[in-house]
Design a protein. Structure first.
Length: 190
């Protein structure tokens, strides 16, 4: 699986939709995650380092110090509308599996640069097909600009990039996430 997108959730206030896609397929897993996890994932994807380590960065530093290697994460269950994941770790030739929230597992996978897997049973039950022009399940596209597009429409990409750096320095991660999404959207449309 790979991260194919993340956006503010239209269905749940204060939440984000993390979209994981098959590497060799068209199915996607839309996972609703919290603001903190969305910020951490966004910072990890952009390789931005806040002045002080965030929780997932601290976990990575701790694991590195004690020579614990995160080999992979597996989204192993989908029960009652909730995704479950495990961290597959190795230390001194001993492999261990640790239960984790999927959002935390993805944030760590980014930092450890390890693969994200799931089972066919999870994809069959919770995976959906996305069409680039018509997003099913997470809300329909309309001809109107999104909230983010409206918020930053008057700025050039260079100005947005400067604003992004300032937001990260001030630890305004929610704003940084929206800025990053707007920059990516514009660059895709160039």
């Amino acid at each position: 699986m790979e991260i194919t997108g993340m956006s503010y959730s239209q269905s749940q206030s204060g939440a984000y939709a993390l979209i994981l896609g098959e590497l060799k397929g068209q199915r996607k897993l839309p996972i609703i995650i919290g603001t903190f996890e969305a910020q951490s994932i966004a910072l990890g994807m952009e390789k931005m380092q806040p002045l002080r380590p965030m929780t997932h960065d601290l976990f990575k530093n701790f694991a590195d110090f004690y020579h614990i290697h995160l080999k992979e994460i597996i989204i192993n269950k989908f029960e009652a509308g909730v995704f479950h994941a495990i961290l597959v770790c190795e230390n001194n030739n001993t492999v261990s599996e640790i239960d984790a929230r999927t959002s935390d597992a993805v944030a760590l996978a980014i930092r450890f640069q390890c693969p994200i897997y799931t089972y066919e049973s999870v994809l069959s039950e919770a995976g959906i097909l996305f069409d680039d022009d018509k997003i099913q399940e997470t809300g329909k596209k309309s001809g109107r600009p999104s909230k983010t597009e409206d918020e930053f429409s008057e700025y050039l990409i260079e100005e947005l990039e400067e604003m992004l750096q300032i937001a990260v320095e001030k630890e305004a991660y929610e704003k940084a996430s929206r800025l990053r999404d707007e920059i990516k959207r514009r660059k895709r449309n160039l």
